[in-house]
Design a protein around this ligand. Structure first.
Ligand code: B12
Ligand code: SF4
Length: 520
């Protein structure tokens, strides 16, 4: 199979000018406010290997293009390689994209979390080559093999069909991430993510580490392997400075799974930032158990304005079952302390709350509601989290997929929103409505209703904070808060009468207020 493809396209590589690769992401409904880091890392490697890099992220927040435009682009540009990135939640959107573009592609490759878990499935759906796990090193080897017409059997970490048999090459060693070139953000169309000047900060994502020592049962953590790796503070600072100087970015978003794991290196980075005095603020996400008062104050001094905290629950048995901690009493106290420390240090705190576990009871959720009421004054960014969606290759999925009959749900689960439009009430007030209604664990009515109440409570608090942050004038922010809340409730009523009616009336307002939501 592969040889046929190689024969078909290799003679066409005549000069460096003709080496072209196109990266694609399907449109999914939840838009990307920022460009995919995977393409930025791989794009840089492709460029270093003499390739021209094109990107069409149909999921970018302002990109209005569709699959037909992608087909036209492929016909016009004739890329040697077309690469698709796939998450589990939106597998069907990706497979639809692959099916439609396949006849026009020389070589269709795929990577990302879902491809890492089910490369065979992705090959069945049309990919010629799948990349398993982190791909920078293997991708460089792959491009070199293609250009020099060498066999692919030496390229580690890829899966492909050879004589109708699936061939899996050996898994590569984990990458030394300190040696990777910086991700290239020039490959993206700016207008897909940034309409206003400030939105250039949507390009401020940085990955300072890979992996997480945690083993939460609901989390997919096999893409970056089991080991936690981090970049040196100097190297991370260099990237911050580069983003500041090249694009004028002054808001950095560390997208690490848990940014504060290596305290020594974090302090070093903070000290470099304090000394450099660049006008840069930054945000990050982390675990509760890798924070203390001293580090929070140091982070603040170095420009940290927000930490998103993976609190998840206040129910001791649930915390143990989700493998968040073995000492829930300590953990619950620590969560509250961390929130108070953030408050004292004037670092905004976001709190993630995860529900919808098969063991959740209505009583548990009522306790979480009380907890949310208790801590909300310290939650100055937002409440986030959601209702559990069982991702494949997680402990939760392995344990319950058969019992609850949701094996391979990503292939058949009926979309609640087939046209990828999300009603207005999901924008601010009830973002987890769809997750709740997916109801993977057949939650009984009482649990369902309490979760529904919980997330509305959290949504209402989020609305209050966002209005306050955007508008300093108390009369205006009061008006905005009540206006958005009312619109959300109207949207919910309309949706219950008729989803089509809701869309007709609320879509224009939703489109307008989207920018308000994602402003930093
Ligand atoms: C930042 C992030 C987001 C951002 C994405 C912003 C953006 N523009 O991409 C936001 C907040 C929007 C987001 C949303 C969601 N996310 Co998210 N997210 C992440 C996070 C923390 C980092 C992703 C990242 O950039 N990694 C760094 C890059 C370099 O890694 P990578 O993308 O995996 O790419 C590497 C390889 O996969 C491979 N590769 C990837 N694509 C391709 C393509 C080709 C052609 C090739 C060759 C290779 C290749 O090479 C890359 C380099 O090594 C990851 C956790 C993690 N540790 O990765 C979760 C993660 C990807 N998210 C996840 C989920 C579930 C979601 C949501 C569904 C959550 C939700 N319930 O709403 C949504 C879905 C959004 C959508 N529309 O599809 C899961 C995916 C699990 C799965 N089985 O698919 C992850 C793994 C978290 C987890 N541990 O469970 N997310
Ligand atoms: S702490 Fe976060 S990233 Fe680490 S395993 Fe748990 S959920 Fe995943």
């Amino acid at each position: 199979m592969i040889k046929i493809y190689l024969k078909k396209f290799l003679p066409e590589i005549k000069s460096i000018m003709e080496r072209k690769i196109l990266f694609l992401r399907a449109s999914t409904g939840w838009k990307d406010p920022s460009p995919p880091m995977a393409f930025a890392y791989l794009g840089k490697i492709a460029k270093d290997n003499g390739f021209e890099v094109l990107v069409e992220n149909l999921n970018a927040q302002y990109n209005k293009k569709n699959i037909d435009d992608v087909i036209e682009l492929i016909k016009k540009e004739k890329p040697i390689i077309v690469g698709v990135s796939i998450f589990t939640n939106y597998v069907r959107d990706s497979y639809e994209l692959m099916k439609k573009i396949k006849p026009y592609c020389n070589l269709l490759i795929a990577g990302g979390p879902h491809v890492t878990i089910y490369p065979e499935e992705v090959i069945e759906r049309g990919a010629d080559i799948c990349f398993v796990g982190e791909a920078e090193n293997t991708f460089a080897d792959f491009l070199k093999a293609i250009v020099s017409k060498k066999k692919l059997s030496k390229v580690k970490g890829i899966v492909y069909k050879e004589r109708e048999k699936i061939k899996k090459n050996p898994v590569p060693e984990p990458i030394d991430i300190d040696k990777l070139p910086f991700p290239d953000k020039d490959i993206f169309r700016k207008e897909d993510y940034a309409k206003t000047k400030g939105e250039i900060n949507n390009f401020g994502g940085i990955l300072s580490s890979r992996g997480c020592p945690g083993r939460c049962t609901y989390c997919f953590h096999s893409l970056f392997g089991r080991c936690f790796r981090y970049r040196s503070a100097k190297n991370v600072f260099k990237e911050i400075k580069y983003l500041y100087e090249r694009y004028g970015i002054n808001h950095i978003n560390f997208i690490d799974d848990a940014f504060t794991i290596n305290k020594k290196s974090l302090i070093e980075l903070c000290e470099i930032l304090i000394k450099a005095k660049l006008p840069i603020e930054w945000v990050c996400a982390t675990r509760i158990d890798f924070l203390d008062r001293e580090i929070i104050f140091k982070m603040k001094q170095a420009g940290c304005v927000m930490i998103s905290l993976g609190v998840e629950s206040c129910i001791p048995e649930s915390l143990i079952k989700m493998r968040k901690t073995t000492n829930p009493e300590w953990y619950i106290k620590q969560s509250e302390d961390v929130l108070k420390w953030c408050w004292e240090a004037k670092v905004r705190a976001g709190v993630n709350i995860l529900t919808g576990f098969p063991w959740d009871t209505a009583e548990d959720i009522k306790k979480i509601q009380k907890y949310v009421k208790k801590i909300k004054k310290y939650v100055t960014q937002d409440f986030c989290g959601g209702v559990l969606q069982p991702m494949p290759a997680t402990e939760i999925y392995e344990r319950y997929a058969k019992e609850y009959g949701f094996e391979k749900w990503w292939l058949y689960k009926k979309d609640i929103f087939p046209d990828n439009y999300h009603p207005f009430f999901m924008l601010y007030y009830h973002p987890f409505w769809e997750q709740l209604n997916n109801n993977f664990f057949n939650l009984n009515k009482d649990v369902f209703n309490e979760i529904d109440k919980l997330y509305r409570m959290m949504g209402q608090w989020n609305l209050k904070i966002i209005s306050k942050r955007r508008f300093k004038n108390p009369i205006i922010n009061f008006g905005v808060y009540h206006g958005l809340l009312l619109l959300s409730k109207i949207s919910l009523v309309l949706y219950n009468i008729s989803p089509i009616l809701e869309k007709k009336i609320m879509n224009p307002i939703a489109n307008y207020s989207f920018r308000f939501k994602y402003k930093h």
